[in-house]
Design a protein around this ligand. Structure first.
Ligand code: IFM
Length: 445
């Protein structure tokens, strides 16, 4: 099975890439990496399926060359990876683990040698455990710690990056992890969540300034979006859906691009934000050069009558789902690309920095048939093309992910890769979707 699309359906400078993250693939036990909040989180029973951690993960730390050959041979233009704070600064502050920096240095040179453009993201969730002891994202000082980390990383790597982002998915780092308790550090506390939301943005602004002062260009941030759809048409449900949308989709965009938080979110969170939080907007609003959009699904939002903010719940929707239980709703990607362009970032390039599907991929006689992944990517690329046709400057699309990997609290069960990984032998096998991507990108017609 192949895509019906061709590379030539996209603008000439449109880049195709794939994305990964440090903790999910590298192997945190290697190379003097420090303990991160995820190593700790996984040790508490019930947090992660089977208590799995990413001590070995895909062993990308040792197998990166083979992995980059897979990127190159697929014909992909760009590769988006993240730098582990715990690997580079095991204490989070102060001493630098040179072996950690050396590792990312090798990655960069390995990518460039293969003609793949490197996109780095500073933070994809592995907060060093010693910083957790100091309150982690609840502590305002983290903005300085993060800016220092950015400087250490970018003094070494910044000269060879095509693009750099501060954060991957602030909603997950703050809300999912500090209000819903689903990700490390597993906190369920509205005040912690509000502080984390604000401090992430402050750290984003400070780190962006640091990188710009180092002479770097093409700086951005990667936000995740979920299309909020009301489960019914009652007023209560519509209002709950608005609040869901505000927290998920408008809060971080508002901080970065409007230097303001949405009123419907402030109604519940303002009391928990730091005093004089508005004074930080000058830093938070430090200009970026591009916006990254991560998109996977929609959510059917219900009202809850607990009387407590945010006062919403969710229910299962009718559309076909991935093995994450996520409904497949490409219309949502079209919505966010056109809406973010219109309302927040009219003058900036937008990149789809993550999009992909998890499936029960199995190796049968050396082959992995994943037609549903090909169909998913095709439908979302069609959404991208529709947005481009309407004038939205979408300039690239990164598939999540290159490899099957550690899917956080869900362990190793959820397979998102273009390439299958056998987690016993660590053998890589390209799936049918990898071959289809290769055919799409090779097609010069
Ligand atoms: O695996 C994650 C990734 O770390 C962040 N974005 C969503 C992916 C799938 O859940």
């Amino acid at each position: 099975m192949n895509f019906s699309l061709k590379r030539s359906d996209f603008p000439p400078n449109f880049r195709f890439g794939t994305a990964t993250s440090a903790y999910q693939i590298e192997g945190s036990r290697f190379g003097g990496c420090g303990e991160s909040q995820w190593d700790v989180f996984a040790q508490t029973p019930g947090n992660v399926v089977r208590g799995e951690n990413a001590a070995v993960a895909c062993d990308h730390y040792h197998r990166w060359a083979e992995d980059f050959d897979l990127v190159k041979n697929a014909g992909l233009d760009s590769y988006r990876f993240s730098t582990s704070w715990a690997r580079i600064m095991p204490q989070g502050r102060g001493q630098v683990n040179q072996a950690g920096l050396d590792f990312y240095d090798r990655l960069l040179d390995g990518l460039l040698a293969r003609g793949i453009s490197p996109w780095a993201c500073l933070y994809h969730w592995e907060l060093p455990a010693p910083l957790l002891d100091l309150g982690g994202w609840r502590n305002r000082d983290i903005a300085h710690w993060f800016a220092d980390f950015a400087e250490v990383v970018m003094r070494r790597l910044g000269d060879r990056l095509d693009a750099a982002a501060t954060f991957n998915e602030p909603w997950c780092i703050a809300w999912f992890s500090h209000f819903m308790g689903q990700h490390a550090p597993g906190v369920r506390d509205i005040r912690a969540a509000a502080r984390a939301m604000h401090h992430i943005l402050l750290a984003h602004g400070q780190a962006t300034r640091v990188m710009r002062d180092l002479g770097m260009a093409n700086l951005g941030v990667v936000l995740n979006f979920e299309r909020a759809l009301p489960a019914d048409d009652s007023v209560e449900c519509l209002q709950a859906t608005q609040r869901y949308d505000g927290i998920y989709n408008r809060f971080f965009l508002g901080g970065v691009f409007k230097q303001a938080y949405p009123q419907d979110v402030l109604a519940g969170l303002e009391a928990h934000l730091p005093q004089n939080y508005q004074d930080d907007f000058a830093v938070i609003g430090e200009p970026v050069d591009w916006l990254g959009v991560n998109y996977y699904t929609c959510k059917r939002v219900t009202a809850d009558n607990s009387g407590l903010f945010p006062g919403y719940g969710e229910q299962t929707g009718p559309l076909p789902k991935t093995t994450m239980g996520w409904e497949i709703y490409p219309e949502g990607l079209y919505h966010f690309l056109t809406w973010a362009h219109r309302e927040y970032a009219p003058n900036l390039p937008i990149y789809v920095t993550e999009n992909g599907l998890s499936a029960d991929d199995r190796v049968v006689a050396g082959q992995i048939a994943d037609p549903q992944r090909i169909a998913f990517i095709e439908q979302h690329l069609q959404a991208v093309l529709r947005a481009i046709a309407e004038g939205v400057p979408v300039q690239g699309y990164f598939i999540w992910s290159l490899l099957d990997n550690y899917e956080w609290a869900l362990g190793y069960d959820k397979r998102f890769g273009l390439v299958h990984v056998d987690f016993d032998t660590l053998q890589r096998t390209p799936k049918q979707s990898w071959h289809a991507v290769r055919a799409l990108l090779q097609d010069a017609s």
